[in-house]
Design a protein around this ligand. Structure first.
Ligand code: MF3
Ligand code: CO
Length: 251
């Protein structure tokens, strides 16, 4: 499938979808407390999203049963919220959410520490976030997709971390997942040439240990194979004539 180029009108709708998701993440960050269940985080997130008149993109997507993916510690992504999973001081919690506003999607993820967390966990969260910003230095018209992928990988691997291979970022628009795939590691080919009006969900998933992952029996939850911690950071990004515009961060 060809990579879609959004019109100015579509970009406006994606900006609004992104702004609402950015606010949702800020509200969730404030709400996270030890003793809360991952189910409560999902309930709150869905309430916020619907309060803005949006639809949670993930709910029932390929059968996913919740609105917010909540992935704790060695869970990489796609954790399923549960009343029995209580978060505690020292945990790291990745929250991934998507909203649909007037038919247009935004997608973003953050990893938060619960109360005091280890130095090791703090560093993993910060390097994962920074790897996204290293990647988008190359998110400019005329560059190629692989410039972004290679920059994310090079930065994360400097710290000895594992860059997850089995899951990738993606184009986004009227669908949650559109072409192209956006890997967080270098490919043999340059990939597509970036053009103004492309919208990409760039989402490094970084493990403190090896990059290998496995799936739990629920067929959703992705975990690190070696049991190491994992962090996730994602934004929906618009390619422009100049600097990329991050649609899911508040200015
Ligand atoms: N950010 C994730 C992705 O791009 C969220 C999808 S999870 C699902 O794949 F639950 F919606 F499937
Ligand atoms: Co995504």
């Amino acid at each position: 499938m060809a990579v879609s180029i959004k019109s100015e009108r579509e970009i406006e709708l994606m900006r609004e979808a992104g702004r609402i998701l950015a606010v949702t993440h800020e509200e969730l960050e404030k709400a996270i407390k030890p003793g809360m269940s991952t189910w409560e985080i999902d309930r709150l997130g869905e309430r916020i999203i619907r309060g803005y008149g949006c639809i949670p993109s993930f709910k029932n997507y390929n059968g996913y049963p919740a609105s917010i993916c909540v992935s704790v510690n060695d869970q990489v992504v796609h954790g399923i919220p549960s009343k029995n999973h209580i978060i505690k001081e020292g945990d790291i919690v990745s929250l991934d959410a998507g909203v649909i506003y007037k038919g247009y999607h935004s997608d973003a993820a953050r990893t938060h520490g619960v109360g005091q967390i280890s130095q090791e966990a703090k560093k993993l969260i910060e390097v994962t976030r920074q790897s996204f910003f290293e990647g988008i230095k190359f998110a400019k018209a005329g560059n190629h997709l692989n410039d972004i992928s290679a920059a994310i990988q090079a930065y994360a691997e400097k710290f000895g971390y594992g860059v997850v291979r089995d899951l990738v970022g993606h184009g986004i628009g009227t669908n949650l997942h559109e072409d192209p795939e956006v890997p967080n590691f270098s490919q043999r080919r340059k990939g597509i040439r970036l053009q103004p009006g492309m919208t990409l969900a760039i989402e490094p998933m970084i493990n403190a240990g090896r990059y290998d992952v496995a799936w739990l029996d629920d067929d959703w939850t992705v975990i690190t194979e070696d049991g190491s911690l994992s962090a996730h950071y994602e934004n929906t990004v618009l390619i422009t004539d100049g600097e990329p515009e991050i649609l899911t961060l508040l200015k």
